[in-house]
Design a protein around this ligand. Structure first.
Ligand code: SF4
Length: 356
């Protein structure tokens, strides 16, 4: 029988679980240290923990529920991992190198039901939510890979932007955040963590109330309902007015800047008129806003969508700047591997289909 990942427990949950099973509370700190600081992959290596405690952990949890299926490394140092879950499903995790550190982009669901028309993952409907342990374990596996390289590199930033809608797997995402922020564990600073949503306004309210101090990014991709609904089905459920109301609430509660993700697709959403509309939409929130312009990464799955021309990208950027909107163009990483979100997984799934 498959055992759940030990990484799914927060420190408090681990302490409570151990006490329920007849062990002292301090064992939790020891186990936590072995997991996140010494990063062992077997309970039996925890040599200051007594045998009975190790046995009960072994009987009930697993440290490694993910196995590496494919790894692609780009010339720029980006590494894309495809992990196999215990039930055979495949998920993607990406390590990116930046001037400011190493960031990992994690997946929160197997597939995705949001169905954005430009996304390779949107074609594969959601199979299931990941557990919080499976989300944490993606980071642990990347960190173990770095440890093996022996260069003392450490994952410093996390982006929850991989396959899936994190707010459609809300509690597991929140538990995951608790675990990776824990200062005795991975100790990833809240300000170094960004959660990206396609715009589930109801969950943005809940997220704001949690006051987690982590960054919020919203995939906007269009400045009006007609256009946004045509590329993001979710806009029917949460049209732009509702979304912006929830962002107002978030800003009021947290006073933290929101990033708007905007994929630039040639002749779809990249005209000057849309840049002007976007500036208008952000309007009086501009002091707490940042627009991340992302030139579209063409994928076979969506042959009709192309990347905006360099001229269109410049014009869009300049138009926003002239309107006083903070913005930037995201540099492409891993261009020589299956860089677009979901691309590697979708290729492997197709291979599986051909074999079956
Ligand atoms: S872009 Fe994100 S939310 Fe949209 S379909 Fe892809 S994985 Fe889902």
């Amino acid at each position: 029988m498959n055992k759940p990942s030990i990484y799914g427990l927060t420190m408090e949950q681990l302490a409570a679980w151990l006490m329920e099973h007849g062990h002292k509370k301090f064992r939790a700190s020891q186990v936590w240290d072995w997991l996140y600081r010494k990063r062992v992959t077997n309970f039996s290596e925890m040599n200051n923990v007594n045998k009975e405690c190790i046995q009960v952990l072994e009987d009930n949890f697993s440290i490694q529920t993910l196995t590496e299926h494919v790894r692609q490394e780009s010339k720029d140092g980006t590494i894309k991992f495809l992990f196999r879950l215990q039930d055979g499903n495949l998920i993607e995790t990406v390590l990116m190198r930046h001037k400011y550190g190493l960031s990992v982009c994690v997946t929160t669901q197997v597939g995705c039901n949001i169905g954005c028309s430009f996304c390779a993952s949107g074609l594969l409907t959601k199979n299931r939510d990941l557990t919080s342990g499976e989300i944490v374990e993606q980071i642990m596996n990347v960190q173990l890979h770095l440890d093996d390289r022996g260069q003392e590199e450490r994952v410093s930033h996390i982006v929850v932007m991989g396959i899936g809608e994190p707010f459609d797997n809300f509690q597991n995402t929140v538990d995951f955040l608790e675990v990776i922020k824990d200062h005795k564990g991975l100790a990833i600073g809240a300000r170094h963590i960004t959660v990206s949503t396609s715009g589930l306004a109801n969950k943005i309210y809940e997220f704001a109330d949690l006051k987690l101090q982590v960054n919020l990014a919203v995939s906007l991709h269009a400045p009006n309902n007609e256009l946004r609904t045509s590329i993001m089905k979710i806009n029917k459920a949460f049209p732009i007015e509702k979304l912006m109301d929830s962002i107002d609430y978030y800003l009021e509660k947290t006073n933290r800047r929101v990033t708007y993700e905007y994929i630039l697709i040639r002749d779809v959403n990249d005209h000057k008129a849309e840049a002007l509309q976007l500036a208008e939409l952000i309007g009086d929130k501009r002091h707490l806003s940042y627009v991340n312009l992302i030139p579209y990464n063409p994928v076979d799955e969506h042959g009709d969508y192309q990347r905006s021309t360099p001229e269109a990208i410049s014009e869009f950027f300049d138009t926003l700047k002239k309107k006083g909107i903070n913005c930037g163009v995201r540099l492409e990483q891993g261009a020589d591997i299956d860089a677009a979100c979901g691309q590697l997984r979708s290729k492997q799934e197709k291979k599986k289909e051909k074999v079956n």
